[in-house]
Design a protein around this ligand. Structure first.
Ligand SMILES: [Fe+2]
Ligand SMILES: [Fe+2]
Length: 403
């Protein structure tokens, strides 16, 4: 079935330009073009829209106001801002109700890819009622500003690590947190990193970008009052899992992009737990109680009680944000017993890194030790390889207190 994509801009030249540029998509998308926020809402009252791409600066109802109304009335529509130069104030207002913020002029490939990824993200949530609940969440964390700016810098043909370091450096709190983290045992660096620029050079732009994203996501949930688990422990588990994924990706000689994706996916693999705990608090307490009492896997109990798992919710959130497909799939499948069709990839690294962290570092008698299926072992070349990875992970020497 074709998807309905609605474009909103008061400048009809921009709309014509988009129409021309996106002609190759006409087999997959039904595209609609309107020149005001009012008309957009009127259209949406008649037609079910999958994604809205809107200008921000418009007379009458501006972009942020339109996005806010769409979020309230049509929460499962994907919301993209496409804007030229905007004042900081406008960016600040629009970023809240917007899934992604893109700047004009925008190239076709980038826009199409980002929209497709975001629209596909909904497929991760099979339970309609829960999807409804999650999409209505007003406080679903939004992409941090520094992350958006770094991504913009990376889309240039000649991205500069120095510029990325400067973006991080502008935010004093952020750079302090990053420096603290990269100098911690999780990264095992042989020398002290003293500036954000240096951190970018030593660890790479993608690792820094994912660290910014995960620091932000965890921070967004700090204020959740009822918490069924310790945020600090989950954060430490995520960091250790990411370090393990990095070390086994290195041991296997994965290409830089695949290794980076493995790190990002491992770092963010459990973010769905934060969302579920914050927005289905009562059910989540029941779920974790059952996990402890019956010594079962969290994802199995979630599926029984809620009809979906934290892996799916995490994948949904990361998909909306346009993270690489490999990362989104790795997160979605990190509790699946079926092996990754791609063999040694971000998905298998994430799956085994999570398992190794549970095996080596988490001594929780109430949690069931995850069992590895024979197929999963076979896909990586047998238990011997796993044993080798385990040695690598143990050598990281990142105990609960040591990090
Ligand atoms: Fe998990
Ligand atoms: Fe986990």
């Amino acid at each position: 079935m074709k998807r309905n994509v609605l474009f909103v801009d008061d400048d009809t030249n921009v709309l014509q330009g988009l129409r021309r540029m996106l002609r190759p998509m006409r087999e997959q998308w039904d595209m609609h073009f309107v020149d005001s926020g009012q008309k957009a809402l009127e259209f949406m009252s008649r037609v079910q829209v999958d994604a809205v791409v809107s200008d921000m600066r418009m007379p009458g109802m501006d972009g942020p106001e339109l996005m806010l109304r769409i979020m309230r009335d049509y929460p499962d529509a994907v919301r993209f801002a496409l804007s030229g130069y905007s004042s900081q104030e406008m960016v600040g207002r629009s970023i809240a109700p917007t899934h992604q913020y893109m700047t004009k002029p925008c190239d076709e490939k980038k826009l199409v890819q980002a929209l497709e990824l975001a629209m596909n993200a909904r497929a991760f949530i099979s339970n309609k009622a829960v999807l409804e609940k999650i999409t209505r969440i007003e406080h679903l964390p939004v992409l941090p500003r520094a992350y958006v700016r770094i991504t913009d810098e990376l889309s240039k043909c000649d991205p500069s690590p120095k510029a990325v370091g400067e973006i991080v450096g502008e935010d004093v709190g952020l750079s302090a947190n990053i420096l603290k983290l990269v100098n911690s045992a999780y990264f095992g660096l042989s020398r002290t990193v003293t500036s954000p620029q240096q951190a970018v050079i030593v660890l790479g732009v993608n690792v820094i970008r994912s660290v910014i994203l995960s620091l932000h996501v965890f921070k967004s949930f700090e204020t959740t009052e009822e918490r069924a688990f310790s945020l600090t422990k989950l954060w430490e588990h995520s960091l250790r899992t990411a370090s393990i994924a990095r070390v086994i990706a290195k041991a296997e000689g994965l290409a830089r992009d695949d290794a980076d994706n493995a790190y990002i996916a491992a770092l963010l693999h459990d973010v769905g737990k934060l969302v579920l705990n914050a927005h289905c608090a009562e059910e989540y307490l029941v779920i974790l109680r059952q996990v402890r009492e019956q010594n079962r896997c969290v994802a199995d109990v979630e599926a029984e009680v809620l009809g979906l798992t934290h892996a799916q919710v995490g994948a949904y959130l990361l998909g909306l944000w346009g993270l690489p497909t490999d990362v989104v799939h790795a997160v979605a499948r990190h509790h699946e017993q079926e092996p990754e069709p791609a063999g040694l990839c971000a998905g298998s690294m994430t799956y085994f890194a999570n398992l190794l962290d549970h095996d080596i570092f988490i001594f929780n008698a109430h949690y069931a030790r995850p069992q590895v299926s024979a197929e999963r072992f076979a896909a990586i070349g047998g238990p011997e390889r796993f044993a080798h990875w385990r040695e690598e992970a143990v050598a990281l020497n990142i105990s609960e207190e040591g990090a």
